[in-house]
Ligand binder design. Structure first.
Ligand code: ADP
Ligand code: ASP
Ligand code: MG
Length: 426
């Protein structure tokens, strides 16, 4: 008997028929003798619908009050889908109970709309499991010290599931989604993408942080920190397929690097069109400018990603960085308001029509010239690189958004990732 956590994404929970299928699948696992905890997302489209309603009522205002209400609102999506799943499981003859985050409780900080999990009390869930119940815990949400409902950022149900698995020391956390595993790149953009049998934790971390939304980055961080065995697999296989076949399908996130993985220089390509570029022009080139610009941005709780400072000319330089698109206007306003006058800079300009494309692979550690091969490939396609950032196992470039698909496809081909008749999934 094992303790297993299943997570079902929005599409997998997308209709009452699909919810019934999820219940049948979970019942199959329970009948095989496993203790089951299930973490569902809201039904597909529901979170977007709820958040759009808020914006329709009134645009966002600075401060915490609006964010608190967004979380109060958006968390209802998972509460509904969890109750529906419990009802469906009861109809399958199982003893099932659903809990909202606060009932567990899943404690988070109070960073509304992007809260971080701080602790999970496992007592109630354990007692239910020991009594033979299937326990359903809402994804995406928790509660802060003040008793306010919080949410964990878009895609946050992955993190709920892995954190619950870590707290319960589950034997495995299975992330059921609308694709049958982790691919070399998003299979909806590149049909030639190949499913990976295994992907190393480090690569998955980079791919998630570079924009592969198949797993939320924090879920991968949790899996790494607490060594949670993690698998991504399809919720669209027939619910009654052989359990062992299902349990070994999809993609396993591994903690050991094996010989096979070393062979691929680049394992995957991630892309992200959620960022925008901000440039502060004509900044006096003297010590402390990076701090004055980025310090002010950080104080406003805005995360900065790629940063470049150009060579100075006549004592002046340009300083550019990227932020999330949602924070773009706020960043420009902030810099124009205070920072530019204080620095004596010439102006602030921005471009939200950019994207970031990244190649990821642990093989990059042992191979030289991978980045230049990437740059040549992009230059052969006539794509101009605006910014570059690297780490040990990834190289990212910021380019014009309109070339994103072209770049991803060209790089996928360049690094031999395309599926061909004679390639089999690793
Ligand atoms: P869920 O609702 O199940 O959480 P998401 O939409 O959040 O599903 O994540 C699954 C989607 O992630 C896929 O439909 C696919 O389009 C996208 N995706 C992006 N990169 C990858 C990748 N490398 N491998 C698989 N899917 C990817
Ligand atoms: N429902 C939330 C979202 O749409 C969380 C999730 O699906 O993981 O972002
Ligand atoms: Mg998701």
């Amino acid at each position: 008997m094992a303790l297993i956590v299943h997570k079902y994404g929005g599409t997998s929970m997308g209709s009452t028929e699909r919810i019934r299928n999820v219940a049948r699948r979970v019942a199959k696992w329970h009948k095989a003798g496993h203790q089951m905890v299930v973490v569902p997302s809201a039904m597909s489209g529901e979170t977007n619908r709820l958040l759009a309603l808020a914006k329709e009522v009134a645009p966002e205002k600075p401060g915490k009050a609006y964010g608190r209400e967004l979380d109060m609102l958006a968390s209802t999506g998972e509460q509904a889908s969890s109750a529906l799943l419990a009802i469906a499981l009861q109809a399958e003859g199982l003893d099932a109970v659903s809990y909202a985050g606060w009932q567990v409780p899943i404690k988070t900080n109070d960073a509304y709309t992007k809260a971080r999990i701080e602790s999970i009390d496992d007592a109630r869930v354990r007692a239910d499991l020991d009594a033979g119940k299937v326990v359903i815990i809402t994804g995406f949400q928790g509660i802060d010290d003040g008793g306010n409902i919080t949410t964990l950022g878009r895609g946050g149900s992955d993190t709920s599931a892995v954190a619950v698995a870590a707290a319960l020391k589950a034997n495995e956390c299975l992330i059921y989604t609308d694709v049958d595993g982790v691919y070399t790149t998003d299979p909806r953009v590149v049909p030639e993408a190949r499913r990976l049998e295994r992907v190393s934790f480090e690569e998955m971390l980079e791919m998630a942080s570079m924009g592969s939304k198949v797993l939320q980055i924090r879920s991968v961080e949790f899996a790494g920190k607490y060594k949670v065995p993690l698998r991504v697999l399809s919720s669209f296989t027939p619910w009654d397929i052989d359990l062992n076949e299902e349990a070994t399908s999809g993609t396993l996130i591994t903690f050991e690097e094996d010989a096979d993985m070393e062979r691929a220089v680049v394992s995957g390509i991630a892309f992200n069109r959620d960022e925008a570029k901000v440039s502060v022009l004509g900044v006096p080139d003297k010590p402390g400018i990076a701090y004055q610009i980025l310090g002010a941005v950080a104080e406003a709780n805005i995360e900065v990603d790629v940063i470049i400072q150009n060579l100075s000319k006549d004592g002046k330089t340009d300083f550019s960085f990227t932020v999330h698109r949602n924070d773009f206007q706020k960043t420009v306003d902030l810099l124009k308001g205070k920072v530019v006058p204080a620095l004596g800079a010439a102006d602030v300009v921005g471009d939200s029509r950019i994207c970031k494309v990244s190649i990821v692979g642990i093989g990059m550690r042992s191979h030289v010239g991978v980045a230049s091969r990437m740059f040549k490939c992009l230059s052969d396609e006539g794509i101009n690189i605006q910014m570059i950032s690297t780490s040990e196992i990834k190289t990212s470039v910021v380019i014009d958004e309109k070339y994103m698909e072209l770049a991803v496809r060209a790089l996928h081909r360049e690094f031999d990732l395309d599926q061909t008749a004679d390639t089999i999934a690793r």
